[in-house]
Design a protein around this ligand. Structure first.
Ligand code: 3HC
Ligand code: NAI
Length: 685
């Protein structure tokens, strides 16, 4: 698009309306910056105009800089130049906000002399979530209005706040229920002859303790990432430097971070998240409308799924086999809403409206009203097949039928019905109302519109839906199993659980694998291993430490002992003698002379295994896009977002060296490690 197409001007009497029209989000791409510079010049030099309004076309104001430009050389005019032109034009400029005013979009608004927004607008400076800091004055302008400590919380926390909150912080002049452009034009007219530049304001004085507290909280919440620290320093400097020095420093840091590996990784995840929600073109179809969802099983997952669906404004029929379990499930949902109200995170009338959409029942005939049925009963194929036979009997024709199974064969479940084409997997993660990941599992008969319905539901629930093939463990659990096996190999080879956990946490994983296992309960994995024992190929390396722990009553956190011991619920830093004895015994039985493993080796072995398994499942067609794997690992398994996910990580390595290292690891691990062809990970780069 050229500058004239992206930015147009229109006269409303003596007010010049400058519209930014760069779909989908009116990013400040080069053409927009050029168009704005030309428009501001015309406005400044045309004596017919006494004031101007800047507004966004379509569904939003300006949601930020064009992130796709970040990997390329910057082209002038840069956004700070546009902002300076607005500040120095000599006549008032009002920003009319709707949709999102984020990053560079909010900086543009802060450069104006006043801001009017409609009530649904969100504003913020979320740049740190992209590994950068605001680069067009955000770190200097925001503290001039809200103070240093508040600016630290907003910018370092990448907060997106409502128009109401922004107004209360003096960041907006008016929040209107009527047409925002009309209101902005009226305000611009009232402001004739008046400039109110934030750059001329002083940073309000604040006690150092407040700033210190905000800084500590921000560093902790922001995991001490470089952008968070840099943003904090830039904001603090606003109180001591002149505005121009502060802006120059901010820009220098922005330009440096923009090219950092971390920023590149975070941009990769940003786009991978958006791509993963799109079905491949051969599956594109119109989703089936869903307003009522029947959730079967009111256990841990069923209640979490119910809350998630209620939060999206749909009706839920919660169906159970057992009256007591139904009551417990219903109580959990209601307690959840009561807690939200008590914590002032939800208004009481909203909570009541959500509760009113929950219909608990033991009567299968009630399912007839549902457009979508989600089964979340015990993880047992026979039980699920029985349940699907009944669903087939009671669900209306055309309803979409989903299973929340973690590992079981979706086709074997679908075959229990007379309509396997209507069946798919919807694999939610626990807690289902919190976790954003949703694997949409394609059975061999699943119709495209059924899959499209699963993807659309995911988006409506504000989740990240990812298409997965119907293979054991789908994408996430399949990779996680390989990773956990590798971590168990490392125990046998010489590491202790705390060595493995600490090294992987140091890499950035949210938790170590053995702490995770203790939290989930070792008995779940134990039961699955027992079920798979008969099908395990002889000679394949199998580590039985977990089985031994379970036999000794170490079922994890819930029994006070698993890999670790728990005293008053607190994990002890090192594993105890009994656990070490079980591990040493396993090494001895395999004839391994235990050697300590250093942190780099542990991290490398774990990552190489994840990458190898990612390539295996790409080769088998379980994932349709390599970058979907990054979204799954980041959002479902605590892989550090700033490392971009395992596929991104692999693409940063020397490919030949990586291939050789994986080969070496395979020979070191024996038959438990199946070598993949890595080329599939590099194809859609
Ligand atoms: N640059 C380029 N493309 C962007 C973009 C951006 N800043 N933000 C969104 N897009 C693209 C998306 O990739 C998507 O493209 P696609 O349709 O081809 O997949 C399309 O716009 C729509 O985006 P969403 O799917 O995310 O649409 P939603 O309606 O769900 O959300 C949104 C809209 C809230 C604006 C969300 O896109 C968002 O949060 N965007 C990022 C905002 C942001 O981080 N801004 C700061 C940028 S950095 C900056 O401004 C630096 C400055 O200080 C100089
Ligand atoms: P749960 O044991 O907490 O709940 C299962 C519920 O299903 C129980 O309340 C039970 O009474 C009910 N139920 C059993 N048979 C039924 C039937 N025939 N009709 C109606 N209700 C019936 O189990 P959980 O953890 O909620 O798991 C449910 C499913 O979700 C399983 O397939 C599991 O693999 C999957 N899952 C579990 C995750 C987790 O972390 N717990 C994560 C992702 C998926």
């Amino acid at each position: 698009m050229d500058a004239a197409a992206c930015v147009h001007m229109e006269a409303r009497g003596d007010v010049c309306v400058i519209t930014i029209d760069n779909p989908p989000i009116n990013a400040t791409s080069l053409a927009v910056r050029q168009g704005l510079m030309a428009a501001i010049f015309d406005f400044k030099t045309n004596s017919d105009f006494q004031a101007a309004v800047i507004v966004g076309a379509g569904s939003t104001f300006v949601a930020g800089a064009d992130i796709r430009e970040f990997g390329k050389p910057m082209q002038e005019p840069i956004l700070p130049e546009v902002i300076r032109a607005i500040e120095d034009c000599g006549k008032p400029v009002v920003a009319a906000l709707h949709g999102a005013a984020l990053g560079g979009g909010f900086e543009l608004a802060l450069a104006c002399d006043a801001r009017v927004a409609d009530a649904k607008t969100v504003v913020g400076l979320p740049e740190v979530s992209l590994g950068i800091i605001p680069g067009a004055g955000g770190t200097q302008m925001l503290p001039r209005r809200v103070g240093v400590s508040r600016a630290i919380r907003m910018i370092c926390g990448a907060q997106r706040i409502s128009a109401k909150e922004a107004k209360s912080l003096n960041l907006l002049d008016e929040v209107v229920a009527s047409d925002v452009l009309d209101a902005a034009v009226a305000l611009a007219r009232r402001m004739q002859g008046k400039k109110c530049r934030i750059r001329d304001e002083a940073v309000p004085a604040e006690g150092p303790a407040l700033i210190q507290q905000a800084a500590e909280d921000a560093m902790r919440a922001g995991k001490r990432r470089p952008a968070v620290e840099a943003a904090m320093e830039a904001i603090k400097s606003a109180a001591v430097l002149s505005i121009d020095d502060g802006l120059a420093d901010e820009r220098a840091v922005f330009l440096q971070l923009r090219l950092s590996r971390e920023a590149y990784a975070l941009r990769h995840v940003f786009f991978a998240e958006r791509d993963s929600a799109k079905l491949p073109s051969e599956l594109s179809a119109t989703p089936i409308p869903v307003e009522t969802v029947c959730v079967i099983g009111a256990g841990t997952m069923g209640t979490g799924i119910a809350i998630s669906v209620l939060d999206a404004g749909m009706q839920v029929i919660l169906l159970e086999q057992d009256a007591a379990a139904l009551q417990r499930g219903q109580d959990r949902v209601i307690a959840h809403y009561r807690d939200r109200v008590a914590a002032q995170k939800m208004k009481a009338d909203v909570a009541q409206a959500r509760e009113a959409c929950l219909h608990s029942t033991l009567d299968w005939a009630d399912m007839a009203k549902a457009d979508l049925v989600i089964e979340a009963v015990f993880e047992d194929l026979a039980v699920k097949q029985e349940v699907f036979k009944k669903i087939d009997q009671f669900a209306r024709a055309g309803a979409v039928l989903a299973t929340n199974t973690s590992y079981l064969d979706v086709d074997a479940i679908a075959q229990a019905t007379s309509r396997p084409q209507d069946v798919l997997g919807l694999h939610f993660f626990s807690p289902a109302n919190v976790m954003k990941l949703l694997e949409v599992v394609r059975g061999k008969d699943s119709r495209p519109d059924v899959l499209a319905t699963g993807m659309a539901l995911g988006k409506r629930l504000r989740k990240l839906p990812v298409l997965a093939g119907n293979h054991f463990g789908f994408i996430g659990n399949r990779i996680y199993n390989a990773y956990r096996n590798q971590c168990e190999f490392m125990l046998e080879d010489g590491a202790w659980p705390e060595d493995v956990d600490a090294s992987l946490k140091q890499f950035g994983m949210a938790m170590g694998p053995f702490a995770v296992a203790d939290l989930s309960g070792l008995d779940i994995a134990w039961r699955m291993r027992q079920a798979q024992a008969a099908s395990r190929a002889p000679g394949v390396r199998y580590v039985d430490i977990l089985d031994r722990l379970c036999e000794a009553g170490h079922l994890g956190r819930k029994t006070g002992a698993g890999y670790y011991t728990y005293v008053d619920g607190k994990q002890q830093p090192t594993t105890d003698e009994a656990v070490r004895h079980i591990i040493e015994d396993a090494s001895q039985r395999r004839g391994i002379q235990r050697q300590p493993l250093n942190s780099a080796t542990i991290q490398r072995r774990a990552l190489l295994t994840i990458v190898n398994e990612a390539a295996r499942l790409m080769g088998e067609g379980v994932a349709s896009r390599a970058t979907d794997i990054d979204v799954v690992l980041v959002h479902g398994y605590g892989f550090p977002r700033w490392e971009g996910g395992p596929v991104f990580w692999a693409r940063q390595q020397n490919r030949e060296a990586l291939t050789q290292e994986i080969k070496d690891l395979a020979s070191q691990c024996g038959d438990g490690f199946v070598l993949a062809d890595l080329s599939v990970l590099f194809e859609d780069q």
